[in-house]
Design a protein around this ligand. Sequence first.
Ligand code: GSH
Length: 205
Amino acid sequence: MTATMKLHWSPKSPYVRKVMICAHELDVLPRLELVRSVAAMLKPNPSIMADNPLSKIPTLVREDGATLFDSIVICEYLNDQAGGALFPAQGEARWQALRWHAFGDGLLDALILWRNEREREQPLPALLDAFDVKTRACLQRLDEEAPALEAAPFSIGHVTLGCALGYLDYRFGALGWRALAPRLARWFGVMQARPSFQSTEPIDG
Ligand SMILES: N[C@@H](CCC(=O)N[C@@H](CS)C(=O)NCC(=O)O)C(=O)O
């Protein structure tokens, strides 16, 4: 990988963060030109839509002009180009990594919808309760899986679960998730010490 690729980017998006952590871990960050792009569900953004009609970030424009989305596709592309090991090629390790990826992405999807709902003028209480129940159940299950996460090699599953927990810290601090999942919190502390996590902490602005 030598030429520069354009990434529609924001320092707040947990899905963009997945790509940035992978790029950091794979040592391909210098190949990415970051273009600050504002993606909001209620405001389709023409500059993103020129590359991705869904108006979502992350969106990658490859060096040959081809575009890639969504985050998992971009992460796997970077891993492939760099010959990385973030996507185990086969066997149980592959299913485990992909399952953890799906777990983290599903949690993120729920948290984004939860935040959208709670910011409406008249949020639906039953919907807020449902997100609360599901999030707590996810944390409980992930807490049980913390020893397996610790034992497994670092993968796209670790990246994505880390981004979901980072998003909880960023937007759902009042939940106090660490008290609900202390083993998971310890595992996350180890993730947070990685330079790829430290340099991609979500920030406002
Ligand atoms: N499944 C997508 C989700 C991306 C996503 O929803 N990104 C948000 C920003 S955090 C976005 O672009 N929202 C704008 C919209 O939904 O219109 C991925 O993994 O890339």
